[in-house]
Design a protein around this ligand. Sequence first.
Ligand code: SF4
Length: 462
Amino acid sequence: MEKLNINENFVSRIWENPSYYDNLKTTDGRNVAVIKLGKRNYDSGPDYKNAKINIHGVIYTGDIEIHRKLEDWKAHGHKRDGKYNKVILQVSMWDDDGDLPVAKKSRKIPTIILSKFLTSSVHSIWKDIINNPSDKFKLPCYPEGMEVESSLKNSWMEELSIERLRYKTLRLKNRLDDLSRHDKERPKWEQMLFEYICEALGYSKNKDQFLKLTRKIDVNKVKRLKLNREGTDTLMYGGAGFLKELRYKDEYISILKNNWGLLKKKFNIDPLDKSEWHFFRLRPPNFPTVRLAYASSLLYSIANEDLFKKIVLSFENEDKPVEKLFDLLSSIEVSDYWKSHYNFGKPRKTVKEDAIGKDRLNDIITNVILPVLYLYCKRYSKQELEYRILSAYFFTKKPSRNEITRVMENQLGFRIKTISQEQGMIQLHNFYCVKGKCTKCKIGKEVFKDETLYEPLKIILY
Ligand code: SF4
């Protein structure tokens, strides 16, 4: 498991949200049920006071201490500190060579290695948390950062936005190279476009599942076999695992089930398990079943209607390319069944023509299509096209609607107006603020120029 360098505040945020973990066990294999998480303590002493837990049938009341690693108990000197005498549980994110904790009078403290019981990857939980900061989220440079010259903030945001575009492009380039390693002359742009638009369709809860699924589906084979809309629906829902043990029956379901046996063999697909898809806390229009309907239509459009070429042409020929792109993506229609259903066998009250919301389409344009096109220009040295793409990036208006960038705007005194400024702000947050790199930040260099001690400034509360 990748050991993200997350701090104790992040571990606490994970601990406070029981949907991030289940089936907790101590290091010696006893079941743990949390009855009361306890009250967060921001002063010295254990991190949570007056918690209540059940360990293997025995109820304990006392304090909980959170650590990144096992060795922290010893390193922080808790054994000799009387404030830790009432600790009933240590929660350590990672396992390491450190000793299990011992309090005064050699009392052994039960310990959970939290990373072993997470319900999804640490990375996706980390993303979820940074996208949903608590009201304690505060930038170390606040409020002084608000006074920094706006011209400096503007140029810094521009620099960061390019850094972000390159960062995104690099990820795409690596995938494109990987996809095309057997035939370098014919890079698989359409496959890459399909995979990453679908990843964006999954938003935070189902993006890994979408990526896993679309990597099993060969766009060129869909082209060769000239699959119709029912064929692409079958491929998406069958590959996603939704056609297995489906309780409902209707005409559409029967067609998909009949098609699936043959397509499964032709594409040699090992389907996902449908339990991998998350519906919990999602509004029905965002259910993965609804998003898969759009993914299927997208696949059809890429394979049969030259969508990739149309996207490139919209930048080469149009005066308002982003508007054209928006029209192109919003004109992709899902099958009739999914205009009137949120899930198999579950009709909606009203028929809905728009398969996907305006905000999601704008995010797809920003996060997938512009970086794909930027990579395309770089690969083929298309300077005129590159200029048009960068103009769209820098001048297309886009107010911030993401919670994290709104908090950043307020704490930095900087109003986001364009796509690039929004991207620059996200880059600043994810790669500088969260990582405590205030010394590398141009705002930080102004705010902290007289400070000699940076370490305390690196604390960012979530
Ligand atoms: S990285 Fe920059 S913007 Fe972020 S907290 Fe530090 S000084 Fe402020």
